[in-house]
Design a protein around this ligand. Sequence first.
Ligand code: FAD
Length: 466
Amino acid sequence: MISRRTALTALGAGAAVAGTGVAAVAIASHDKPEPLAPPSTDNQGRVVWRNWSGIQHCYPQSRLAPTSAEGLAQILKTAQAPIRVVGAGHSFTALAVTPGTMISLDQMSGIVGWQGDNAIVQAGTRLGTLGPELAAKGRAMANLPDINKQSLGGALGTGTHGTGKTLTAIHGDVVALTLATPGGDLIDCDATREPDIFQAAKVSLGALGVITKATLRTTPNRRLHRHVWVEPLEQTLAEAESRWAKHRNYEFYAIPFTDMAACISHDETDLPARERANEQDDTILVALKGLRNLLGFSTTLRKAAGKALLSSAKPEEAVDEGWKLLSTDRPERFNEMEFHLPAENQLKALKEVIETIERERPDVFFPIEARRIAPDEAWLSPFQGGPHGSIAVHCHYRDEFAFLFELIQPILLRYGGRPHWGKLHNLQGRALEALYPKWNDFKALRQRLDPEGRMLNLYLKGLFNV
Ligand SMILES: Cc1cc2nc3c(=O)[nH]c(=O)nc-3n(C[C@H](O)[C@H](O)[C@H](O)COP(=O)(O)OP(=O)(O)OC[C@H]3O[C@@H](n4cnc5c(N)ncnc54)[C@H](O)[C@@H]3O)c2cc1C
């Protein structure tokens, strides 16, 4: 979000407020202990699998990595249930957890064909490797999420998105896909062939089978002008709508306990390439964590120090091809809740979330992210039915996060929010049915494709009330 230079400047301001050297001591002395890691094997010698943030783990009986769609279909017919397909394991919920069979598509990666400007991409392809492959043909994905470590199948599976008022989530650019069903069939579908399966499978949490490949709409590989700046949160909120209308991609991070926000825009440009500074978002997070540790007892003092810290941040600019700029690294681990709200409710809900965190949770220091996403038609797309704005609350992986369910989720639900399928929420059955007009159609299709529920783990049984 903010470069090493900005962060170091900010740290300097922090030190000026806190007294040189004091902040570093405070950071070390107030950090929560490392969460206990699960044993690397269970009592039957099965090796542990963990998700990115470390809160989900399991000991699959078998792990398989097919090299072809036909091989995968054969596996699905015979493998021990529950069968779960995993991408990069970057979801926070227990979607991929299984004591049975875990399937990875890591060996089914890369572009396997073109239909005009649409690329046919194997579902195991990581978004980070797809960028250069598309660029070699002068093409690009229209948009990217914050990181590019996800597999295409995993990104589709949970409705993964970036930001941009006119840009859909990634599944909005899928024009056809092939689904390997639990019965071992390979179904090719699009808007006219098996249209119901197509609209259901685009965002299907790996519950209908496994997507083997998808045909993706691409755009010309244009250069983007990236602009990052920090300003008072009041200004950010006042200008948010006009900026979403103005910029190709725009998002902001409200930084709790500072009354400040970091804003990021991307716009197409013909300017010559201009390298991005060596960004280290972590450094600013360390500074914010230091402020929490040092001044968390007083919101007034923390805000004064936070404002001083961030006011000295200098804006940053870069120009490069979109696939090199839109995603960044997230080396600092966290747990996250993100809901997608009708666009008109986004800022009202965000203000309430910030007020609640500043009143109740002085331990929170991660910035709160706000993005805009265009609608699409997939049955379980959280963006179905009109433009949506997302609000994402992050907690450091060592910090307690139960308050997300108790304090934050009720606010986001009250404003009509739908949960990100890969991020923390505790909605199930009827609560989800109320949010999705096609929920029961999806359930009926799932029952038809997988009558024995072989793709369902405990978590999915809860979601679908099976
Ligand atoms: C640091 C970080 C940053 C993130 N940034 C964003 C962001 O900017 N925007 C956003 O929307 N999300 C974001 N996420 C969430 C992330 O994009 C999703 O959780 C995504 O699903 C992860 O992809 P994955 O390959 O790791 O999938 P996994 O987590 O491994 O799997 C996700 C789901 O997809 C299913 N699945 C995987 N492959 C297939 C397949 N071939 N066919 C059918 N189903 C399949 C799985 O069974 C599972 O249900 C972020 C997560 C992290 C940890």
